[in-house]
Design a binder for this molecule. Structure first.
Ligand SMILES: Nc1ncnc2c1ncn2[C@@H]1O[C@H](COP(=O)(O)OP(=O)(O)OP(=O)(O)O)[C@@H](O)[C@H]1O
Ligand SMILES: Cc1ncc(COP(=O)(O)O)c(N)n1
Length: 270
């Protein structure tokens, strides 16, 4: 069969904890061959985003064509897409190459508050990308934004929101509960008419830079290897929980998660 391949289409985080860097580190840990298309360069560290340099549509198209015309992909994840013109270009090319297993992480705002997606791009995300995705993985503020500001404050409301996002065109929906309070952190998956809950002890740490990126990258890697979506999310939940448990105090601000933690402390199973 050969090695499975996963493509990330995302922004570069010079600080190494989120974006393209988190994705490629995760792919390596999960034993898939990682390729990348960079949508924007961020000058970023643990204290925040200093600058954002979006790439041109031509630059993004060219990278996508280079990867997909030769190497191909068994799955793909999108992270920071920044603008509606980049979303439209990415959607068209993914569709043209019929890339399977698209995981959409609808990255909108960095932990420090910097905008990673222009407000007017949300419509393009909903209309162009959502309908071709296998699963969308919003956190609570992102799910609210996609549902025109509807508040989500409990697991029941997460279930309702997941169903609504499915009705608006997403095949499956994983809403992440990292932003809820409580002793555990619960994520809700709505897949093929069923709800799945993924629960882990809430870890008391400020070092959570790149959690969403790492989680969706792991889901994409597992889908590339042929896991079902509920199983891929289950493995990714264990992977991200280990990465947060052993997160790194690097820099003065919000440190990155530890991508090697699952391999070191939980399992040698791939
Ligand atoms: N303190 C924590 N302890 C345990 N699990 C957590 C914690 N914070 C987040 N998680 C888990 O990490 C995963 C990512 O969730 P989160 O809601 O943080 O995503 P996100 O906000 O998109 O991440 P990012 O801020 O990187 O974009 C989810 O599985 C969530 O439950
Ligand atoms: C390039 C890029 N992509 C995504 C994130 C979100 O990650 P986080 O919310 O953990 O800062 C980020 N900060 N930078």
């Amino acid at each position: 069969m050969g090695m499975r391949k996963t493509l990330t289409i995302a922004g570069s985080d010079s600080g190494g904890g989120a974006g393209i860097q988190a994705d490629l580190k995760t792919f390596q840990e999960r034993d898939v061959f990682g390729t990348s298309v960079i949508t924007a360069i961020t000058a970023q560290n643990t204290l925040g985003v200093h600058d954002v340099y979006p790439q041109t549509v031509e630059a993004v198209r060219s990278q996508l064509n280079a990867v997909l015309s030769d190497i191909g992909a068994d799955s793909v994840k999108t992270g920071m897409l920044f603008s509606s013109e980049l979303i439209v270009a990415v959607s068209e090319i993914i569709k043209a190459y019929q890339v399977p297993n698209l995981v959409i992480d609808p990255v909108m705002i960095a932990k420090g508050g910097a905008s990673l997606l222009q407000k007017e791009a949300i419509l393009a995300l909903k209309e162009k990308l959502l309908p071709i995705g296998k699963v969308i993985t919003p956190n609570l503020p992102e799910a609210s934004e996609l549902l025109n500001g509807q508040s989500i404050r409990s697991v029941d409301e997460m279930e309702q929101a997941a169903k609504l996002l499915h009705q608006s065109g997403a095949e499956s929906v994983l809403i992440k509960g990292g932003h809820l309070e409580g002793a555990t952190s619960i994520d809700v998956l709505y897949d093929q008419g069923r709800f799945y809950h993924y629960e882990a002890k809430r870890i008391d740490t400020k070092h959570t830079h790149g959690t969403g990126c790492t989680y969706s990258a792991c889901i994409a890697a597992e889908l590339a290897k042929g896991q079902s979506l509920p199983e891929a999310v289950s493995i990714a939940k264990d992977f991200i929980t280990a990465a947060i448990t052993h997160s790194l105090s690097i820099g003065e601000g919000i440190g990155p998660t530890n991508h090697a933690a699952y391999r070191h402390f939980v399992s040698t199973r791939i």
